[in-house]
Write a protein that binds this ligand. Structure first.
Ligand code: COA
Length: 253
């Protein structure tokens, strides 16, 4: 894969690890990082060698400490809206991706950092990580989906508490709330997330893609529509190589 100014990438056995890499600013995202992030997400989609993506932060302290405040300070309304839209477009593409994204939250996941993690399919945190939507301290609201994905993940009451107060929560609290799937000791985080990724690589790829599609697309439908959509998705799996192979494997075992 080509090299990027604000990211490190490493591909190993179908697992692409992407590290946000602006440690001098705790990996805060500026417009150029957002552009590069979008480029990486597009490359993931078209490269058949990539089966699963892990997002993490370079450096010892941070996943992503949000959008770059030094750049945002002078934004006008339209410029700010463009920046928010550019980030949101990348996050939508992650949700619509055919491949699973895993967030390995190794430190601060604040503002846009938490919003990036929330667009991933699975989230794992270091025991020392903290998360929050601190935009209130800057006189703005979340702009990369924080009012929406957070509400859907933890419910209105907790989302409002986090967005209104701006206070950070611990990894363990995030896990208790269902905001992260599991917490690991910091020095074991990447290996534990890689274990999950290896498990996913070994499972039927197209079926997993369809399962993600059913969950993501069904989420915005009515319950009846979503369940009917699911029947169509499940029906589509039949007759495919993966269904034939995996059912045969089960019956022959
Ligand atoms: N944008 C731009 N720069 C940022 C940043 C951000 N979101 N978050 C951290 N940085 C920079 C700091 O300005 C500092 O730069 P400097 O060394 O040139 O002064 C460097 O990263 C280290 O941050 P520092 O604040 O010294 O580290 P800390 O460990 O004391 O505190 C945080 C860490 C994350 C609690 C604190 O940096 C913070 O609150 N950041 C802003 C988080 C935020 O509001 N995000 C949402 C933005 S919408």
């Amino acid at each position: 894969m080509k090299t990027f100014e604000n990211f490190l990438t490493a591909l190993d056995a179908g697992i692409l690890t992407v590290s946000f890499n602006r440690p001098q600013a705790l990996n805060a995202m500026n417009a150029e990082s957002v552009r590069e992030f979008g480029e990486i997400v597009d490359l993931v989609e078209t490269d058949p060698a990539i089966r699963v993506v892990i997002l993490t932060g370079a450096g010892p302290k941070s996943f992503v400490a949000g959008a770059d405040i030094s750049r945002m300070q002078s934004f006008g309304a339209f410029e700010a809206r463009e920046f928010m839209l550019a980030g949101q477009k990348v996050l939508f593409r992650i949700e619509q991706s055919a491949k699973p994204y895993l967030a390995a939250i190794n430190g601060y996941a604040l503002g846009g950092g938490l919003e990036i993690a929330m667009a991933c399919d699975l989230r794992y945190a270091a025991d020392t990580a903290t998360m929050g939507q601190p935009e209130i301290f800057l006189g703005i609201t979340p702009g990369w989906g924080g009012t929406q994905r957070l509400t859907r993940l933890v419910g209105k009451g907790i989302a409002k508490e986090m967005v209104f107060t701006g206070e950070r929560i611990t990894a363990q609290r995030a896990c208790d709330l269902g905001l992260v799937n599991a917490v690991f000791p910091k020095d074991q985080l990447l290996e534990e997330v890689a274990k999950v990724a290896r498990k996913l690589v070994a499972l039927p790829r197209d079926t997993m893609k369809m399962a993600k599609h059913a969950i993501e697309t069904g989420y915005d439908m009515t319950n009846t529509e979503a369940n009917l959509f699911e029947t169509a998705i499940c029906g589509l799996c039949f007759g495919q190589d993966e269904q034939r192979e995996w059912m045969k494997k089960f019956l022959n075992k």
